[in-house]
Design a protein around this ligand. Sequence first.
Ligand code: NI
Length: 172
Amino acid sequence: MTIRPILTVPDPVLKQVSKPIENVTDETRALMDDMLETMYAAPGIGLAAIQIGVPLNVIVMDLAREGDQPNVKYFANPEILETAEDLSTYEEGCLSIPDVFESVERPEKVKLTYLDYDGKRVTEWCEGLYSTCIQHEMDHLKGVVFIDYLSRLKRDRAVKKVQKSNKLKTGI
Ligand code: NI
């Protein structure tokens, strides 16, 4: 397993639309393993493959609280089959937009289908943080980041904040 660099806004790669995979293979699992290690190191609770520059419909997630047992979930080719009418609002963040947190409104529950680490199909209703997180990660697969839901002013401010802190880190 390897920790890979996480792309940050405004990297144009993050706007790419990812593609479905054909099957969950050992190569897919190696990607999932790298993604999980990268996510834990960041640290974060979810990561889409495009965030490490791989344009495939693959996501990893672990919503366990600190100190709890890990609760790892791997998703290949996730699709939302149904969406509840009720909305909920969460303060979202993103490893590609470090240190920016803003409220985003999304459907409270979604019915999700995907292939797991073993390539088995799973179909289930997601709610709460799970629902928010999977919708956030699936947006990445479409080239969308959560600040795209904000006003232009807030979005520009977020991008500038990330660029400024990247400059400080690299000393450029
Ligand atoms: Ni994100």
